[in-house]
Design a protein around this ligand. Structure first.
Ligand code: GTP
Ligand code: MG
Length: 213
């Protein structure tokens, strides 16, 4: 079989900040498909969006947890060559606010789940949620809680173990297995590193399956 050229494979060639939503009236409803990322504050959601898009400063990254407070939409254009024909796709990556921010009050926690729950219920074009979990700490109660809730309401759920570069190879393999055990998703967990790009191709293939008809 002929080798597929890199530029023929599904890839993102354009990404731009589109809008932010703080309530239902601001959700984007133009029918374009959405892929959303969720996870504990500081787990690396914004970094993953930057890494996927090959950008350094598209989504705002911070050492301080609780940076992303709104639902942020990024307009994405991707392309691939299928049977010598070019196909292009217009869709959104959605960066959701993190949970478990230590300084957050119970009232904020309730409004967080109401807000995200409302987004999930109202997003008819949402194809998949990527739940990000720090691969160094599989099985934290707060992630378990989010997982159980999302498992019930997400259209399709994939687990992404972040900051893989911080573990040695054998620990990475072991913790990836633990992610699959504690958080069974619609397909195996993906070990990711926004720092060195590990897992990026695997995640792009999964997204391709959701975005392309
Ligand atoms: N080593 C390493 N550090 C990472 C990785 N991904 C994110 N980080 C770091 O983790 C911190 C938080 O990253 P963000 O991408 O802002 O995390 P977030 O989940 O968007 O955080 P909130 O918006 O606060 O919910 C930053 O200091 C990043 O540089 C990774 O894959 N490897
Ligand atoms: Mg963020």
């Amino acid at each position: 079989m002929a080798e597929v050229k890199e530029m023929d494979e599904f890839h993102i060639f354009s990404s731009a900040y589109f809008s932010a939503a703080v309530n239902r009236s601001q959700y984007v409803k133009d029918g374009k498909k959405e892929i959303a990322f969720i996870g504990r504050s500081n787990v690396g959601k914004s970094s993953l969006i930057n890494s996927l898009c090959g950008r350094r400063k598209l989504a705002f990254v911070s050492r301080e947890p609780g940076k992303t407070r709104t639902i942020n939409y990024y307009a994405i254009q991707s392309r691939r060559i299928e049977e010598a024909k070019e196909e292009r796709q217009d869709w959104y990556l959605v960066d959701l606010p993190g949970y478990g921010f230590a300084k957050t009050s119970q009232q904020n926690k309730d409004s967080w789940s109401d807000f995200i729950g409302d987004y999930l219920e109202n997003s008819k074009s949402l194809m998949m949620i990527g739940l990000l979990i720090d691969i160094r700490h599989p099985g934290l109660p707060i992630d378990m809680k989010a997982y159980e809730w999302l498992r019930r309401i997400a259209p399709c759920l994939r687990i992404i173990g972040t900051k893989g570069d911080k573990l040695k190879r054998n620990e990475l393999v072991k913790n990836k297995k633990l992610l699959d055990k504690y958080f069974p998703g619609d397909g195996p967990a993906i070990a990711y590193s926004s720092l060195n790009g590990d897992g990026r191709n695997e995640l792009l293939r999964v997204i391709e399956g959701k975005i392309c008809d």
